[in-house]
Design a protein around this ligand. Structure first.
Ligand code: SF4
Ligand code: SF4
Length: 474
């Protein structure tokens, strides 16, 4: 079946030509109220992104995701692999929150907060406008042969892009290995840390590829969140939308003619000037309706508002609105689906808050040494050997640490260390210990024992382990 003419746009994507080649998008430089707001939001987010690894709270990096050493700091709070459950709940909260937000407000995150859009539209694209000029000049430059002007402009642009990609790669590394480590590597000289240097160059190449070449295709083709829109949006979601009722009226859109009474002739307010298409960084025509490619960047709202102003029509032909709002003037209200997400989100946040309060600052694990049975000693004493691991999540050394057996009368002996020791701040102590209990006290071949971790006389953590003994025959 042939595609109806007004649906043809669905058969192709804006970044690929009919021959299957890359269609470069040269968007017009946006201007207007929303673009100004977005600039301020981007300055804040860029400052946050670049400064976070260099801000310290109680000596902890504000944000750190050291996957290799399994150390994570979130807002200055250190987290360990032992806190993985908190990480999982935070991730679930993040997913539910984004889902709720998307159901209510569409892809607003992409246009205002996503680092890809912030860097692409607010950093790289603005440098491009500065060097190559606005859309018209960029198009002319692309078509002209490689003369001195083109080589100079393209060369300068790509050099600056490369430098910024290198800068982003350094900040990215500061999140991964820590800013102190990064500064140390820089002062040592990059050749002293060849593997880190190679990683840095790979990151630089990836960022350069994304922002100089791949660009808006990240949002159109690669981003999984973009793909989810089809499942999450409905007629009640507020998105950047063209008011087709007003724009098309009874007889459709039509070019503007001075002194023509469009209302009397039944034409809509859209004067088919294509400015909303020219300004779109993903190269789409928002008048075709909500599309997966739309990152809700608001550039077309600003541009259409300028046009409406110039022809003395009310602004807002393209605006934040839901399909229901455009069709029936229905105001925004919470749907049952949104209420459901809010309920789940509230429960999860409550759960996470409770777990954060209950989270131990010291975590002890005592496990029986694998492959070892019990030993039957003199005086009917049964001995088991264990390994222990003590994690100190605080910023202070914990000294005078000792173990005591709480559940049974017996003896606990540490191997190769004194009975009280120190666990370094944000560090770990591990080793081996023996526990000896009289066979008379044991109730079976598997006995659950409770061990206390003390700082001086203060009990700071308890843990349990299995203690093996001889099998009982009746
Ligand atoms: S900018 Fe406004 S008037 Fe111009 S084509 Fe787009 S919707 Fe129509
Ligand atoms: S359609 Fe409008 S809001 Fe969507 S990406 Fe294009 S310019 Fe941005």
């Amino acid at each position: 079946m042939e595609t109806p003419e007004n649906e043809i746009f669905r058969d192709s994507i804006s970044t690929v030509t009919e021959e299957g080649k890359r269609a470069w998008v040269y968007p017009k430089k946006p201007s207007g109220k929303f673009y100004e707001y977005r600039k301020w939001v981007s300055y804040l987010l860029l400052a946050f992104l670049f400064l976070s690894p260099f801000i310290k709270i109680n000596g902890n990096q504000f944000l750190l995701f050291n996957i290799l050493e399994r150390r994570f700091n979130i807002f200055g709070f250190p987290f360990w692999p032992q806190d993985f459950y908190l990480f999982v709940i935070s991730m679930i909260i993040g997913v539910v929150f984004i889902t709720l937000f998307t159901v209510a407000f569409g892809r607003i995150f992409c246009g205002w907060i996503c680092p890809q859009t912030i860097f692409m539209e607010m950093v790289f694209r603005r440098i491009e406008y500065w060097i190559e000029g606005d859309r018209g000049k960029q198009l002319r430059l692309a078509k002209q042969p490689w003369n001195a002007e083109k080589i100079r402009k393209k060369g300068l642009k790509l050099l600056i892009f490369l430098f910024i990609s290198f800068l982003i790669a350094n900040v990215f590394l500061a999140y991964l290995i820590g800013s102190d480590q990064l500064i140390e590597y820089i002062t040592d000289g990059p050749t002293s840390h060849i593997s880190t240097l190679i990683s840095l160059l790979i990151f630089t190449a990836v960022f350069y590829f994304v922002f100089a070449w791949f660009r808006e295709q990240v949002c159109i083709i690669a981003c999984p969140y973009g793909r989810l829109q089809g499942a999450l949006l409905d007629n009640k979601s507020i998105v950047v939308a063209y008011d087709h009722k007003r724009g098309e009226s009874e007889n459709g859109r039509k070019k503007f003619r001075k002194n023509e009474d469009r209302d009397a002739l039944g034409y809509g307010d859209c004067i088919d000037c294509f400015q909303c298409v020219n300004v779109c960084p993903t190269g789409i025509d928002i008048r075709n309706g909500t599309q997966l490619e739309c990152v809700n960047c608001t550039a077309c709202i600003d541009e259409c508002d300028h046009i409406m102003e110039s022809i003395n029509k009310p602004k807002g032909l393209i605006r934040y609105a839901s399909e229901d709002n455009i069709e029936n003037k229905t105001p925004f209200k919470l749907t049952a689906r949104m209420k459901g997400y809010i309920a789940v989100l509230t429960i999860l946040i409550g759960l996470l808050t409770g777990m954060l309060f209950l989270r131990n600052e010291v975590e002890a694990t005592v496990l029986r040494l694998p492959g070892q049975l019990y030993e039957h000693k003199d005086n009917n004493i049964i001995s088991n050997v264990f390994t222990y691991k003590l994690v100190n999540k605080t910023n202070k050394d914990i000294s005078d640490v000792s173990f005591k057996l709480l559940s049974h009368k017996g003896e606990l002996k540490l191997v190769a260390t004194s009975d009280d020791f120190t666990v370094p701040k944000q560090g770990m102590a591990e080793g081996t210990l023996f526990i000896e209990i009289n066979n008379m006290v044991l109730t079976g071949d598997r006995n659950k024992i409770k061990i206390g971790v003390f700082k001086g006389d203060e009990l700071i953590e308890t843990t349990t382990a299995n203690f093996l003994g001889p099998r009982r025959f009746r």
